[in-house]
Structures are given as structure tokens and as C-alpha cells.
Design a protein around this ligand. Structure first.
Ligand code: CDV
Length: 340
């Protein structure tokens, strides 16, 4: 059996603080139109796509902070006035989209969220980022410093790691079975736990948008004098590819991962690295620029079966009776030092 599908990572380049929303949406729509012209059925966009990556700033003005959050109605993000133009165009073009955004609920909770909205405008899957990196207090309040204030601005996700079917793609991939899709957001990709929960639901396509700073010595805990900016960028890219390729492989799934990249405000560099990874961990397509770019690949979902039925046939090989510590313990507890 062959379950072929054309998919894309829709990479988005530099977005400065204060960039007009209409300009950003116009760029995202241009990517959608490129996708449709190439008969792409699913396009994955970055984390917090509708603005700059605002958690890097210490923002005291709540009017500004609030402007980065979409007031999502109960019917889903595609019905939210501030971003509706994007979803309306995706529906007209017949493209499924997975996209990240700041979400504000009716009772005022703020999440770092992603929705999978299919080509009929229905939200097929919703995810709220669980692993929030960074700090509550800024490293510095000086302008130009890259903070990572996700713990300040967002509540940790409360929806779990839920895979879902995408029946909108069933016909496109041969009509046998709808693809099984899951979503993670940025820092989640570094944590094997979320991947495995998706893997246990038979996930076949994981969608991940991200904003990964290429220069954040305070966040990493390294001496800024100990590495050049080029070395730091290369290291951030190495770790990005390492976790993406290894977790796609160990869960026998395709991965579509899309960067917000470029140098925001001319001073805050983000890595690129948008790519499509196959279930054996190989990169099948990747970005060529640090700007808006569509990275396209034809994938065969049945390629997931090799890993799912052999090396990572979970039902045959997993030993859950030995994994208790993973769910009962959060931090490290070291073994006792033997008595001298
Ligand atoms: N937006 C993110 O979650 N960024 C993080 C930080 C730590 C750079 C990341 O894991 O890429």
C-alpha cells in the first residue's frame, strides 16, 4: 500500500516588534498560495506565527502584551476576527494548516497554542505547549537583551498530548485510512516524553513550529566569551536536528517542523532549520534560506510501518513495569554515595 501526501513546512523569516498584523498575514497568505500552487495538502507554520517572538521582551505594558494573544472563540481559532483572513484563505485554497499562536481564553488564561485547522475550516486538533522554557523574571530589562519569558507570560498547557485523525487528508493519501497527526511546540521537541505519548497513539505526522534563539548565553548558562555567535548558531542547529531526527525515528513518524527565523529587530537571531524528516530519521527536505520559504516533500505514510512493526513495535518490546520513575519523579534523585 502507498499512502502518498504532499506536505510543507512554511518557514517564516524576520518579524520585528510592532510589525503590522496585516503585513504578517499577507506574508502567511503568500506562503499558502505557494502551497496551493504546488498542490500541498498540509502546511505547518511556526510557533506564535502572527507576531514577533514576544517572550524575548520584558513587557510591562499589558496593552502591548495583550496584542500578542488571539481571543479564541469556542468555535476555534479559524473564527477569531484578528486572524480569520488567514484561515479563510487556507479554506479557499483547500490547504490544511497547523499553526502556532498566543491564545487568550474567555476567562483570561494565556497559553502558547497550536491548532490544526483542516481545509473545511474545522479545528481537528488543538495543543497547548506543555514544556515552557526560560524564566519568570527577566535576565535583564535592558533593551536589546534576549530574554525567554514564557514562564511569565503563559500558563503550562493543560490539554495533554493528543493525536487525532485528519479525515480531510484521507482522499489525498489514497482513501484507505486518515493520517494520524500530533502537535508539539518548540521546546517540547527536546522532551522524549511528549513524543512517546504521541507514538503510543500511532502518530504518523508530528507538526512542530518553533522559535529557537541562536544567541542566548544567559539561557544556556554559558560564558558569552566562550563561543562565537557562529558557533552558537551551529550548536543550536545541531541540537534542533538531533532531537527532531532521533524522536521521529524512535516513534516511527514523519515530522514537519517549521521555523520562525531571521534576525528580529536586527538584533535577535533565530535559527532556521525547517525540515521534513521521515520515520527512519532522515531529512527528506530542508530550508535553503533564512526567510519566508516553503519546504515541500512528498511523503508515503506507509513508510511508518517499518519502525512501527519491527524495531519500535511498542506492544512487543516495551517494558512499562520498569518505567515507573518517569511518571512518579520530576527532578533528578541521585544514588546514595556508598559508605567509605
Ligand atoms: N520557543 C522556545 O521554546 N524556544 C526554546 C528555547 C530554549 C531556545 C527552544 O527549545 O528552542
Amino acid at each position: 500500500m502507498v499512502r502518498k501526501l504532499r506536505v510543507a513546512a512554511a518557514q517564516v523569516g524576520r518579524i520585528d516588534r510592532g510589525a503590522p498584523r496585516a503585513d504578517i498575514i499577507a506574508r502567511l497568505v503568500a506562503l499558502l498560495e505557494q502551497a496551493a500552487a504546488q498542490r500541498v495538502k498540509l502546511a505547518v507554520f511556526p510557533e506564535t506565527t502572527f507576531s514577533t517572538f514576544f517572550p524575548r521582551y520584558f513587557i510591562e505594558d499589558d496593552a502591548e502584551l495583550s496584542s500578542y494573544f488571539e481571543k479564541e472563540p469556542a468555535e476555534g481559532i479559524a473564527h477569531c476576527e484578528s486572524v480569520k483572513a488567514f484561515f479563510d484563505r487556507a479554506k479557499e485554497l483547500g490547504v490544511d494548516v497547523a499553526i502556532g499562536y498566543g491564545e487568550e481564553t474567555a476567562d483570561g488564561q494565556r497559553f502558547n497554542s497550536a491548532s490544526y485547522v483542516d481545509s473545511s475550516g474545522r479545528t481537528a486538533g488543538k495543543y497547548r505547549k506543555i514544556h515552557l522554557p526560560g524564566t519568570v523574571e527577566p535576565f535583564s530589562k535592558e533593551p536589546g537583551v534576549t530574554n525567554q519569558l514564557e514562564k511569565r507570560y503563559f500558563t503550562p498547557g493543560d490539554l495533554g498530548f493528543n493525536a487525532f485523525r485528519a479525515p480531510s487528508l484521507k482522499q489525498a493519501c489514497g482513501g484507505a485510512k486518515s493520517p494520524i497527526v500530533g502537535q508539539l511546540i518548540c521546546n517540547d521537541r527536546r522532551w522524549a516524553e511528549g513524543w512517546r505519548v504521541l507514538g503510543l497513539q500511532g502518530v504518523e505526522i508530528v507538526c512542530i513550529g518553533y522559535n529557537t534563539t541562536a544567541w542566548a548565553p544567559q539561557l544556556w548558562g554559558v560564558d558569552p566569551a566562550s563561543m562565537s555567535r557562529d558557533e552558537a548558531y551551529a550548536d543550536a542547529m545541531f541540537h534542533h536536528k538531533l532531537v527532531c531526527q532521533s524522536n521521529a525515528y524512535t516513534n516511527s513518524t514523519f515530522l514537519i517542523t517549521s521555523a520562525r527565523c531571521g534576525v528580529d529587530d536586527g538584533v535577535h537571531p533565530l535559527i532556521s532549520g525547517s525540515m521534513i524528516v521521515d520515520p527512519e530519521g532522515h531529512i527528506v527536505a530542508e530550508n535553503q534560506t533564512e526567510d519566508d520559504e516553503l519546504v515541500v516533500a512528498d511523503i508515503d505514510l506507509d513508510a511508518c510501518q517499518q519502525g512501527k512493526t519491527k524495531t519500535f513495535a511498542f506492544a512487543k518490546h516495551r517494558r512499562v513495569e520498569m518505567y515507573g520513575r518517569i511518571c512518579s519523579q520530576t527532578g533528578v534523585v541521585e544514588p546514595e554515595e556508598p559508605a567509605a
